[in-house]
Design a protein around this ligand. Structure first.
Ligand SMILES: [Zn+2]
Length: 226
């Protein structure tokens, strides 16, 4: 009875490879856990993710748990998290990643974790913000508070996808705002997103945070593309 109840929340197949989970495995099987490509870039300050932001915005860290590649297991995880009503997967990955980050002392570098916001229409249709779920998992283990309302997205991405890549790049300017700057004033903020691709979204969010009075901003994502 109890295990039936638990399996409602933790389905018994791997979120990355679809194989059945065995006893003791949760969400991601041991094989995937071992084989999924981790960046481990909290141990390497001069890496490909940080390079996306050089000369654009000053970031304290630019961290990602996994290396993103199209049609791989990492993409399957992100897809499940976003489109298959699996908020608990985001929370789980946040906890796992934070357990690794603890060793490098990240928890002493930040006062507040802020997820990249969804537009309110998207939040309503999805029911949760996948980045907030990831943030909550991180915050729980790093012992840093999470604020899901510190930033607001004022323009929906649906209107953005109709635009060209170049237009989109410029278009992320002015779509985020900080409704109550007091909440982030002088704080060291860890901005959190599900995936970093071009880095344009993060750049825009981080700049808005810095312009609104943050002391410094770092970034952590579930995955980052090359
Ligand atoms: Zn697996």
């Amino acid at each position: 009875m109890l295990s039936d109840f638990i399996s409602l929340f933790f389905p018994k197949y791997c979120m990355a490879c679809n194989n059945s989970l065995v006893k003791g495995e949760k969400m991601i099987c041991l094989r995937c856990d071992y084989e999924l490509p981790k960046t481990s870039n909290h141990l390497d300050t001069n890496d490909y993710i940080a390079a996306k932001f050089y000369g654009k915005v000053q970031l304290e860290h630019a961290l990602a748990y996994y290396k993103f590649s199209k049609s791989g297991r990492v993409q399957r995880i992100l897809h499940r998290l976003k489109y298959h009503n699996k908020p608990e997967l985001g929370r789980f990955i946040g906890q796992k990643y934070a357990a690794e980050l603890l060793n490098s002392g990240i928890q002493t570098c930040y006062d507040l974790i802020v997820p990249v916001p969804l537009h309110k229409a998207k939040l309503k249709s999805r029911g949760y913000n996948q980045s907030t779920e990831f943030a909550l998992g991180l915050g729980e283990v790093l012992n840093i508070p999470v604020s899901g309302h510190a930033m607001r997205r004022t323009v929906s991405t649906a209107t953005q996808t109709r635009k060209s890549r170049m237009e989109r790049w410029h278009n992320v300017d002015n779509i985020f705002e900080v409704p109550m700057p007091n909440e982030i004033f002088e704080k060291r903020v860890l901005l959190v997103d599900d995936v970093i691709t071009t880095g344009a979204t993060i750049e825009s969010c981080a700049q808005v945070l810095l312009d609104s009075g943050c002391q410094k901003v770092g970034v952590a994502a579930i995955a980052a593309a090359k």
